[in-house]
Design a protein around this ligand. Structure first.
Ligand SMILES: C[S@@+](CC[C@H](N)C(=O)[O-])C[C@H]1O[C@@H](n2cnc3c(N)ncnc32)[C@H](O)[C@@H]1O
Length: 231
């Protein structure tokens, strides 16, 4: 069961930073990661609300700004595991068990999210995309992608790999969105994304960059939303 507080902002009850006990067997990078998790108010709130991932807050906050998810719409979620975005999308579009209007795909299994159906697959495989459309029974009002490749730590390589996923998601959206549809995707700034951005400007009425609060300040991660698919 997820908590019904559906807002992307909340009062943080954790003013004090938690310090980790020293452990000489632990790598410095692991210590940093655990410390960040312990002191991240979104991690605690994710658990409290029963969200499958911290990423759920990013979608909530983007939707608070652009209000693009509402009852009756159909949604395709690319890179949906473990299922945080599926949870938010299903609630917002009022997708029901047995009449799912939210479908998703990921390379790895996704946890069950009532109101949505997900499959395992690689979206760069055309058959996988066709399967999603078949599951939905029509083209979609919204295509969203939080897809990310495993990071290597090499900034330029990570940027190119994420941009490839952005381009893959965009070509899927251009083929499978209904007129006036919305495309939302993760986008790392770094240069290679310019081609995808100009394609978005050509096919959509408006294109905006967003860095939701829940996206860590130190991360190069950002999102791009393209509104009003011209068809
Ligand atoms: C940041 S996670 C998504 C989190 C998700 N939005 C949530 O709220 O739980 C990124 C996901 O993209 C998936 N992914 C990466 N490349 C993919 C591809 N080619 N096809 C499908 N999924 C992919 C990864 O397996 C990973 O689970």
């Amino acid at each position: 069961m997820t908590n019904q507080n559906n807002s992307g902002s909340f009062g943080s009850s954790r003013g004090l930073l938690q310090k980790l006990k020293k452990d000489k067997n632990r790598k410095a990078s692991s210590t940093r990661w655990i410390g960040r998790q312990l002191n991240d108010p979104y991690v605690l709130e994710t658990q409290k609300r029963g969200y499958k991932s911290r990423a759920a807050f990013k979608l909530l906050q983007i939707n608070e700004k652009y209000k693009f998810l509402f009852p009756g719409l159909s949604v395709i979620d690319l890179g949906c595991a473990p299922g945080g975005w599926l949870q938010i999308a299903s609630q917002k579009v009022s997708s029901m068990v047995g009449k799912e209007k939210v479908v998703g795909v990921d390379l790895i299994p996704t946890e069950t999210v009532p109101g949505s159906i997900s499959i395992i697959g690689d979206i760069s495989d055309k058959i996988v995309g066709e399967k999603l459309i078949k599951m939905l029974g029509s083209k979609a009002n919204i295509v969203m992608s939080d897809m990310a490749a495993n990071t290597t730590g090499h900034r330029q390589t990570d940027h190119i790999r994420t941009t490839y996923l952005l381009e893959t998601a965009l070509s899927f959206a251009i083929e499978n969105l209904k007129k006036n549809g919305v495309f939302l995707a993760k986008c790392f700034k770094g240069g290679a994304e310019v081609h995808a951005l100009s394609l978005m400007r050509k096919h959509f009425s408006k294109v905006h960059h967003i860095k939701p609060d829940a996206s860590r300040k130190e991360s190069v991660e950002g999102y791009v939303i393209a509104i009003g698919y011209k068809g």
